[in-house]
Ligand binder design. Sequence first.
Ligand code: SF4
Length: 469
Amino acid sequence: MGSTLLQKVWDAHTVRTLPNGQTQLFVGLHLIHEVTSPQAFDMLRARGWPVRFPDRTIATVDHIVPTRDQRRPFMDVMAEDMLSALERNCRQAGVRLFDLASGAQGIVHVIGPELGLTQPGTTIACGDSHTSTHGAFGAVAFGIGTSQVRDVLASQCLALDPLKVRRIRVTGQLPRGVYAKDVILEIIRRLGVNGGVGYAYEYAGSTVDSMSMDERMTICNMSIEGGARAGYVNPDECTFDYLRGRRFAPEGSAFDRACAWWRTMASDEDATYDDEVEIDAGAIRPTVTWGINPGQSVYVDEALPATRDAPEGERASITEALDFMGFREGSPIKGTRIDVAFVGSCTNARLSDLREAARIVRGRSVAPHVTALVVPGSQAVRLAAEREGLDRVFIDAGFDWRAAGCSMCLAMNQDRLEGRQICASSSNRNFKGRQGSPTGRTLLMSPAMVAAAAVAGEVVDVRQVSYGD
Ligand code: SF4
């Protein structure tokens, strides 16, 4: 009987089974950033422990960096303190830091792949929930908390419960105007925000097979929003083509040897799964969240759910969400006036995302009442976009063109919603207060939909804006 990629990677990294039944798993790559690492380093220092594998630890700064004025010291004293602490910790521990001067800084889940650090068949951990992004490469990647960051720094290991695997096969051609973001929102809507608890999601099927690495990253990124502990795509030629020539990828014959091994790590044809789900890509339409979790979404041409039609167990959460959002049940999502448009985050701030958003706004203007910003996922994405002139397209349309960082995904810098503002956002979470204002409201959607909303000043169907459907 064949094995899944998860099983193969798990077996290859198992140090031992712990008395409580958990697996002590070796971590091939530990990515750290300024927010969840300072306490972990402090805990290590207090015990006199060194970082066990500094060469398997890579740092960047993303969550708190200002995206407008990055001169040091930062205006925000706490942000300056956090970056200074990261610099000091990395220097003392011998950990490589991709800082603002490096030219390779960016959101941790953007730079890992970009630098070729993220590779198939390995295990990756990072103190950020959306570490599942790296699964797009056939890695098994876990978001971890601060105490686990300490554990990995000290031992390069994690204690984890075994996982089941659900294969989600998405097949068929995506209609135009429908993107990877819509696919993952569809999956979360169907299976629920807790549907993946205890599982890793394996994304497969002809739709996923034909996706670019950027698109696969968007899907894997939001696995955690569906409750899954990890999400991955089996490595294939698309994966290898992406990695070839990247800074930390193997070179020459070592790359060929690596490819040969990476191929063996893909799930076997006759692997068995704990659960299987089929999704018809052709039936998906542009999707928008209307509530306070990523599973509360509708197609852009649908109405918000009516509480009375919902299963009894969901009624309270629908009522809570409608109350918070100030929306009426049964009303259309299309036409919802927005105040802010945000193209950014580790879900959707790669070059292909920016290209698609720019295609929509080219020659158009942001609605007068909308504040619109584009925050590239990394310095490399920003530079590549500028080489193509995308910055001019956005600026001419009335967008702010910012420096790389997490920005308004979670508003740990100055980029925040104010009061009850509504934001059309290409990020991954629409929890209450996620974008800085406790009463601010987030509508998740694809970058193309954000761009269309920025221009219209309200939620619109990108198919109508882009193709006149
Ligand atoms: S962009 Fe958002 S989800 Fe991604 S790493 Fe930054 S804060 Fe986390």
